[in-house]
Design a protein around this ligand. Sequence first.
Ligand SMILES: [Fe+2]
Length: 458
Amino acid sequence: MKKKKFFLIFILVASICFALASFQSSPISRDPYMQMGTSDSIVIVWRTSRTIKPRVLFSEKLENRDREVFLEEISVDRSASLRSGDEDERSYLFSAPEGTHQYSAHLKNLKADTLYYYTIYDGDEAIAGGDLEHFFRTYPIDNARPLRFWVLGDSGKGNEAQKEVFQGLQGYLKKKNISLDFYLHMGDMAYRNGEDFEFQENFFSVYKSLLRQVVCWPTIGNHESYTGKVGYRPYNDAYVLPTKAESGGVPSGTESYYSFEIGSIHFISLDSENLNRHPAGEMALWLKKDLEKNKKDWTIAYCHHPPYTKGTHDSDTEIEHIEIREYIMPILESGGVDIVLGGHSHIYERSMLMDGAYKTPTSSKGVILDYGDGDRQGDGAYIKRAGIHPHEGTIAIVVGNGGAELSQGWVSSVMKKTLLEHGSVVIEVHQKTLKAVMINQRGQIRDRFHLVKSIKGE
Ligand SMILES: [Fe+2]
C-alpha cells in the first residue's frame, strides 16, 4: 500500500516537473497573430525569447501541413539589446524585452476565401499552432460573401471592463453562430504610454484567441504616441502595415496612415494625433489621391480623434477633433465616404446620415440628410445611391467605449444615439447593404442601423 502511494506521488511530482520544464522551454513570448491579409496572402507574426530556426507549415486540412513558408519569406526583428553596431534602428524592436526575436512569415499564393491551418516550428519541434484554434481565412474577392468585422476603441486598460467587452462580443457571435473576418482598432490599445509591455498585457494577451485568426487593422492613439517617435515606436513593432499598397489602395509610404481593400470595401486609416492634419499636409494630399483612385462600393475611414463628440472629449474645443472635422471631413465627403469611425472619447455616439458639418461649433442645422434612426425595424434604412458620389451622406460613429472609464459632457446635436455604456461595434457588409450594431458587455444589441446603396426611392 505504502509502495503504491509512493509510486503515485512520484508520478505526480514527475508530471509537474515535466509540465514546468515544457512550459519553461517554450520560446514563445508573444503568441502568433495575423497581419496584412489579402485575398491571396497573409503575414503571421510571433515572438520568441531566444533565437529559433523558424518554419511555418500550413494547409487547408489540419492533418496535412503540406505547404511550408520558405525561409527567405520569414523576416526577423530583434530587441535593441541585440543590436551590435550601426545597423538601421528601424530593424530593431523599440523596447521589447532583452533577447526578443520577432518573426514575420509572409504566406503567399494562397487561394481566395479559403481557410488554412498553420503550425509554427523551431526546426522540427512544433512551438505554436497545429490545432483547430490556429487558422486564418483569406479574404474573398469583391462581393462573394458577406464580410463581418469588429470595431473597438480605447480598450487597452487591462481592466475588467475591457475583458467584459470582449466577452460580450464573443457571446454575441456565439449566440448568432457567426464569426469575424477582421478587426479595426480605433487606438488607445496600450495604456498608459504605449510601451512594449503594455501592448503585451493590454492588447496581445487579452485578444490572443482572436488575433491568431484575424488581422487587426489599427490606427494610432495618443497613448501609443507617448513612447518613441513617429515610425519608431512599440506600435510600429507590433503591427505590420501596408506602406506600398500591399493590400490595395494607393501607397502611403508610411505606417502612420494607409489604405487597404477587403472585398467591396475601401478602408482608410489616418493618424489624427501626430501628423499635420492640414489640407496641404502630406497625409491629406495622399488621402485625396487615394480617394480619387477608389472604385470600391463602400468607403470607411477611421482615426483616433472623431470629428464629432461630446463625451470624454469635446470636438468643438479640442484642436485634433476640430482639424479632423474642418480639414479632413470635406476631403472624405468629397470622396463619397460612407462611415467615419473614431475613439478617444470614452462613449458610444452614432450620428444620423449627414453631410457638410464642418463648422465649429458643430450644429445639426442644414447638415442632416435623414433624421431617422436608420433601423429597418424602426424608421427604415438610410439610403444612398450605388456607386461613389460626393456628399451623399456619412454616418460618424465614436467607438471609444471599449474599456476605459466612461464619461459624458453633453449630447451632440448630430447624434442619433448616445450611450454611456461599455461595448463595441460589429459591422456587416454584403452587396448593397451595410448593417452596424453596438454590442454591450452582456452581448446585447444596444444600437442598430442599416445603410443601403441603391437608386434613391427604390
Ligand atoms: Fe485617446
